[in-house]
Design a protein around this ligand. Structure first.
Ligand code: SF4
Length: 687
């Protein structure tokens, strides 16, 4: 028997904590904190409940071990890998020959950079840009919003800068529960004397640590942020030198926020005017400030405008381009940043190079040796509607679970039924797999190796600690086999012939400017990882972006003016008198396919609870523990009630891990195409 301590990256959230797996002959027997690796978790010597329970889902009895073929919906027979690959390749090739845009590919934020690179390469070499992944449902507005203001869509700083800030504004982000180890940097800053401002429709665990808590109505962010900017401008608290030298559009912002007086904002958001003034003064006068946000801010039809306003707020206070300051969107899954960087997106090639740019397209046409489409592809929600109309006929779904994760899930299920062909590549059975024609069993992250990129642009290598079960195979291997079977069997960048994940990363280095110096050799040597951009092999990586100039064409920040207040597209009315919002639990992870296979986590977080204010509960005769039915225009969801003052009167809050997206609205932000999962009208009644 040989026991090894294998360094891996936690497969759950975007914080990217390191840990060791204790592995005996490829079998996981426990974990160790990786205190010797200078990384996020290790400086603090902590993991959160999910990280501590990381081994359990690997040992789940129902892991997918062999390729499967559907006999009828939801009933499968085992087939060999060669049969599975042959059938997948032939079907994909046939659709591509007829019309490549009949195909839709899903990348995954739950697997490494290398398979995300390969899945988009496969889509593009087959002739379509129809490739997307769950970033569409979480941080798409962060990318579109920050790109508009600063020229690029990533976190502008690192955890170190959160620790060094004098004020931290947390909006739409239950930081303490969604990114628990990252939140400890907020606490470290607070111990130093930093002020914490929290804005959230729920009184969350994060709110317990706030010096100022702003409880606004779901979807009223534009008014709240414009109100803060209004006070900062009226009281001349902004950084005049920074605005003059490094920003454009200030006059338009001044005009746009004119009507967002604290009194007006109080009416729209429900936040007292004096708190808005106090928050604005505290934020603008701190000298060094960080803004952090998550899905509470982005999952709206005006998500892009929300993010643009946050970028504007940071810029007018001079909180860009220096240590201890910046914009810190917190990515949910552990490789959302990487899946975006690798271009599991319909509009860009790797490194955010637009598919519509003829020069970039020419580069990739030469690099991959095929003609490429310059037409922007479909996003996840658009693909569902195209499938409904019969325009998209086949899905290749790698490590995603749209039946639970997508808004308006009943519609998603309806469209999956209409598909002619669907491949699901995953580690365990999911509700989405019920609709698959072919199932390809994948090795989990800890059974596999590769690079991944956390929320602060830190790229790390995770080593294989555990043997995959049965015939499960790494994602990169599966895609490589499919690519070769289709006929992309040349060696070099024009084919899919790879020996290992490191081979794929070397190809990524050659075509992705931000990753040029992030070689597998450097990552394996330096377990703390490297922050992109890292343009050459002797470059140390970049902690803070925009020290000299922004990446906009002018080099200056484009301040955003949003003069009109926009709330959720669906507001309460007589039939649906409540405003529904969704949230997450610390011990559950996204669609819960991994965490529900941990006895420890399931025992502590066994079921979802719908939060309802005591005054509403009295009117409806509801007590904590009663079964209620939450209903919207799209579906109904039975759930137990929790009567609590954590939500405002008129608001219902439900966690979404268990399937609450049957309720949510798939109306889209017109720019980022994210659905408005965070706010819609609902009704609730005791069952
Ligand atoms: Fe894993 Fe995130 Fe918890 Fe760290 S904070 S242990 S990365 S789930």
């Amino acid at each position: 028997m040989s026991e090894r301590l294998v360094p891996v990256v936690c497969p759950y959230c975007g914080v990217g904590c390191r840990l060791y797996i204790r592995s005996v002959d490829g079998y996981p027997v426990g974990i160790e904190y990786a205190k010797d690796i200078p990384n996020i978790s290790n400086e603090l010597g902590k993991l959160c409940p999910k990280g501590n329970a990381v081994v359990e889902y690997l040992l789940a009895k129902d892991r997918l071990k062999r390729p499967l073929k559907a006999k009828e919906q939801g009933k499968f027979v085992e087939i060999s890998w060669s049969e599975a690959i042959k059938e997948v390749a032939e079907r994909l090739k046939a659709y591509a020959k007829d019309d490549p845009n009949q195909l839709m590919f899903f990348g995954s934020a739950r697997t490494f950079n290398e398979p995300n690179y390969l899945v988009q390469k496969l889509a593009r070499m087959l002739g379509t840009n129809n490739v997307d992944h769950c970033a569409r449902l979480c941080h798409a507005p962060t990318v579109t919003g920050l790109k508009a203001v600063f020229g690029a869509g990533a976190m502008t700083n690192t955890y170190k800068d959160i620790e060094e800030a004098n004020v931290i504004f947390i909006i739409g982000h239950n930081y303490a529960e969604t990114h628990p180890v990252g939140f400890r940097y907020v606490l470290k800053a607070k111990e130093r004397g930093a002020k914490v401002i929290v804005a959230d429709p729920r009184f969350t665990r994060t709110a317990w640590f706030a010096d100022i808590f702003l409880q606004h109505y779901p979807g009223s962010d534009i008014a709240l942020i414009n109100g803060l900017i209004h006070v900062i401008i009226k009281e001349r608290l902004y950084d005049e030198k920074f605005v003059r030298e490094r920003c454009v559009g200030f006059d338009e912002v001044v005009a746009a926020v004119e009507k967002f007086t604290p009194e007006f904002v109080e009416k729209v958001t429900g936040v007292p005017a004096e708190l808005i003034i106090e928050a604005a003064r505290t934020f603008a006068t701190a000298g060094k400030g960080v803004i952090t946000w998550a899905m509470g801010l982005t999952q709206h039809t005006h998500g892009t405008e929300n993010v643009k306003l946050l970028g504007t707020l940071a810029a007018i206070c001079g909180y860009q381009g220096k240590e201890g300051a910046g914009c810190s969107p917190m990515r949910g899954q552990n490789n959302v940043q990487g899946a975006c960087d690798m271009a599991a997106l319909p509009n860009v090639f790797p490194g955010y190079q637009a598919v519509t740019d003829p020069e970039k397209r020419k580069f990739f046409e030469e690099f991959w040796g095929v003609e490429l489409s310059g037409e922007v592809g479909l996003t996840t929600v658009e693909a569902a509607y195209a499938a409904d109309k019969g325009k998209v006929k086949a899905y290749y779904v790698m490590g995603e679970n749209p039946v639970i994760s997508e808004a308006n899930a009943n519609h998603v299920m309806h469209t999956l039924e209409k598909l002619e062909f669907m491949v699901v590549q995953d580690i365990v059975p999911t509700p989405t797999m019920e609709y698959a024609d072919i199932v390809l069993p994948a090795a989990a992250m800890l059974e596999n190796e590769g690079s991944l990129t956390n929320t602060e642009r830190r790229v790390q290598w995770s080593f294989q600690a555990v043997k995959p079960p049965g015939e499960a195979r790494p994602d990169w291997w599966i895609l490589s086999e499919v690519g070769k079977a289709i006929g992309f069997d040349k060696t070099g960048s024009g084919g899919f012939v790879y020996n290992d994940a490191a081979d794929v990363l070397r190809e990524i280095n050659a075509c992705t400017p931000q990753y040029r110096g992030i070689t597998p050799e450097r990552l394996k040597e330096n377990l703390a990882g490297l922050h992109w951009p890292c343009p050459s092999e002797d470059h140390p990586g970049t902690r803070v972006l925009y020290k000299e100039k922004f990446l906009t064409p002018s080099g200056k920040a484009n301040l955003a003016a949003v003069p009109e207040y926009k709330g959720p597209v669906e507001m309460p009315d007589e039939e649906y008198p409540f405003l529904l919002t969704t949230h997450r639990y610390v011990g559950m992870y996204h669609t819960a396919t991994m965490t529900m296979r941990s006895c420890a986590l399931k025992k502590r977080w066994p079921e979802p609870l719908a939060e309802i204010h005591p005054d509403d509960a009295v009117k409806l005769g509801i007590k904590s523990g009663d079964w209620v039915k939450v209903v919207t225009r799209r579906g109904a969801y039975p759930i137990k009630a929790k009567v609590t003052r954590a939500v405002k009167k008129g608001v219902i809050a439900v966690p979404w891990h268990w399937g609450a997206n049957v309720l949510t609205n798939d109306a889209l932000d017109p720019v980022a195409k994210i659905p408005e999962t965070k706010a819609c009208a609902c009704n609730v009644a005791k069952i």
